[in-house]
Design a protein around this ligand. Structure first.
Ligand SMILES: *Cc1c(COP(=O)(O)O)cnc(C)c1O
Length: 245
């Protein structure tokens, strides 16, 4: 670990930024009539070196997000499941499904039925289960991954029947909007999809016992808006780890 003044300043900066974002998340929750603990702050640590992740942990971080399986596999030994949770938040290719199941605590980026089936196949072989979120292409962006809103009812129902797949909720990356009320509208649409598509209603093998409890939305530029519209996880990278925030 580098041991110089500039580095310890960077660590102090990350600790301070994490604390500031957390406070804003909690304030936004209370303002929206929610409890301050209703929203979990994910520190998105893609491309971030391990010592800075440790600094975030010192400030209280218990949840990280990685977007590449390879990077997750590399970092996991230093950040075992007993110390923190790491979710995969980037597009996952089917050929990396095994590694993803082995290393991620939850896969937020399940964006196709094909991927869900592959994850299920892996879980069946390994006699394990994996928690997932379904990624929604809320902006109907042809360049983005995810289920279209109208595809969700059928996809959620089918995926909830797959062995080893525990569908915990939804995630999205809305299109960039200059106008914050447009972003808020995407978040509100997600909240309605989250309420309408609960797999609790769909899986009559274990009615009522399936957790459908995670709505993951909001990043550095819009996490307070996401909290106002019902996010239960916000995924913040730059505002925590950035050096020029
Ligand atoms: C990078 C990333 C984030 C964090 O973005 P920031 O703007 O840096 O906060 C959140 N979600 C996903 C899926 C990402 O890839």
């Amino acid at each position: 670990m580098p041991c110089n003044e500039a580095f310890s300043e960077r660590c102090a900066q990350v600790r301070a930024q994490y604390a500031r974002v957390l406070e804003q998340v909690q304030t936004a929750a209370i303002r929206a009539g929610r409890h301050e603990d209703d929203v979990r702050l994910m520190a998105v640590s893609k491309t971030v070196d391990e010592p800075l992740m440790l600094a975030a942990m010192e400030a209280g971080a218990t949840l990280f997000g990685e977007n590449k399986v390879q990077e997750l596999v590399r970092k996991r030994p230093q950040f075992p499941a007993e110390t923190c949770e790491i979710h995969l938040i980037g597009h996952l290719q089917s050929n990396k499904a095994t590694k993803a199941v082995e290393t991620a605590d939850l896969i937020q980026s399940v964006d196709s039925l094909k991927l869900a089936k592959e994850l299920s196949r892996v879980c069946a072989i390994k006699h394990c289960a994996i928690d997932v979120l379904l990624e929604v292409n809320i902006g109907r962006d042809a360049a983005k991954f995810g289920f279209m809103p109208e595809e969700l009812p059928e996809a959620a129902a089918e995926i909830s029947q797959l062995e080893g797949i525990v569908t915990r909720g939804l995630m999205c990356v809305p299109p960039f909007c200059v106008n914050s009320s447009q972003t808020a509208k995407f978040f509100l649409n997600m909240y309605h999809l989250f309420l309408d598509n609960s797999t609790k209603k769909m899986d009559n093998r274990c009615m009522g016992t399936l957790p459908w409890d995670i709505l993951s939305m909001g990043m550095s530029g819009d996490y307070e808006a996401a909290v106002a519209e019902g996010a239960t996880i916000v995924r913040v990278g730059t505002a925590i780890f950035g050096s020029r925030v």
